[in-house]
Design a protein around this ligand. Structure first.
Ligand SMILES: *[C@@H]1O[C@H](CO)[C@@H](O)[C@H](O)[C@H]1NC(C)=O
Length: 249
């Protein structure tokens, strides 16, 4: 309460001044309820993390600053980015980790403790990194990345599988991952150390745990080097799993 009163006063004080430029990794315009500065420094773009928070990310393309409705459809792009057209395959396992499953998340900026999930939730559509409150639950079985989408304790369980595109996206070094009711036939996922890796026989990857998280928080397998020649609008991330009872922030 005190905090929001303070923020409102603070914003009111700022309203009479010229708007400032937001520093890299700072909050920028676009989140619901955010009335602060919206402009990122040159060379940075305002990237929506969730409905409440957008962040200036170096190298990101400037994003549309209009507040977006809950779970908007992702825009199709000229690069053939997969779109979120799916319908939910289940009600989702909830906020408590179900037996045999793991949370999967990034542990470094700009996606620190953002969790793997589907967009829309528990539905066919792209794999994204999103808020901990909507974290998905996963396991790797016979090289398949399996998302639990049925309700807690519901039997039989319902699953979606992570499908890796053979088509290349963005910098010709990125493979999309989307959720499907049918199994993946291109390459194999594995847990390695505490990382989520993907490999296929005919591609030698410098880092099998390298991922990109790009516009719309969509996840791509990065076939190139980690932290090198990162495409505009994307962040390099390695993706990790753990099994605490709840996904934490
Ligand atoms: C993309 O990468 C593939 C595999 O290395 C290569 O065969 C193809 O020529 C590349 N395409 C472009 C446009 O660079």
């Amino acid at each position: 309460m005190h905090h929001s009163t303070f923020s409102a006063t603070f914003v009111a004080l700022l309203a009479g001044t010229a708007s400032a430029v937001v520093k890299d990794w700072g909050q920028c315009g676009g989140g619901q309820g955010w009335s602060g500065d919206s402009e990122c420094a040159s060379g940075s773009g305002c990237i929506k993390i969730n409905d409440y928070y957008s962040q200036c990310q170096p190298g990101a393309a400037p994003a549309n600053l209009q507040p977006e409705p809950q779970q908007p459809p992702l825009p199709a792009s000229s690069t053939g980015t997969p779109t979120a057209t799916g319908t939910p395959a289940g009600t989702g396992p909830g906020k408590e980790l179900q037996s045999g499953y793991y949370w999967v998340r990034a542990v470094a900026a700009p996606n620190f403790h953002k969790y793997m999930q589907s967009n829309p939730l528990y539905a066919t559509g792209p794999a994204v990194l999103g808020d901990y409150t909507t974290a998905g639950q996963f396991q790797v079985v016979d090289g398949q990345l399996v998302q639990l989408v049925s309700g807690p304790g519901e039997k039989p369980e319902k699953h979606l599988y992570g499908i890796v595109s053979e088509e290349r996206f963005i910098n010709n070094n990125s493979l999309s991952v989307t959720w499907s009711t049918t199994k993946n036939s291109y390459g194999k996922f594995a847990w390695n150390g505490d990382g989520l890796t993907w490999s296929v026989a005919d591609i030698t990857r410098p880092n099998a745990a390298a991922w990109y998280v790009c516009t719309g928080q969509q996840m791509y397998i990065n076939l190139g080097n980690y932290l090198y020649q990162t495409p505009s609008g994307c962040a390099d991330q390695t993706i990790h799993y753990y099994n605490d009872k709840h996904a934490n922030n």
